[in-house]
Design a protein around this ligand. Sequence first.
Ligand code: ZN
Length: 165
Amino acid sequence: MESVDVLDTSALISWPVERMSGAVVLEGQKGEVERKFPERMISLEVSDLNWETPTDESVEIARKLASKTGDISGLSSIDLGLLALAIEKNGRLHTDDYRLQNLCKNAGVEWLPVETGGISSVWKWEVRCSGCQSKAEQPNFVTLKKEELGECQDCGAPLRVKKME
Ligand SMILES: [Zn+2]
């Protein structure tokens, strides 16, 4: 049986969307991606990723393991959730986080570094007016389509998502 890919956030934002088909990610990662990489969220919404939440039992297993190895102190709830999902799904975790890698080894979970090959940098995005360039507040990108960004409050020109310099 082909093991399922579980993606940490760096994989989630750097992998080509086609490659993520069928992969499992945390429901809790949505907020993080939305906040930091809103443009990315638009393409993730149309991908066939499986957004899931681990069971309380597997979170508890992950937490106990992390206490035992001492990795728990630097671990976010998202990290813990990813480990729990990987355990639960008997999956393969893609992460560059050394704590998570260490935990995978201890849990007998297969892990791989995130291959970002070819995709050199991670971009950040912001919303700006296409006319006067003034910066607008970032809307909720989960439900948003590009054409729904709206208009500039200062000059009325359409707002655009732009790569931050
Ligand atoms: Zn404007």
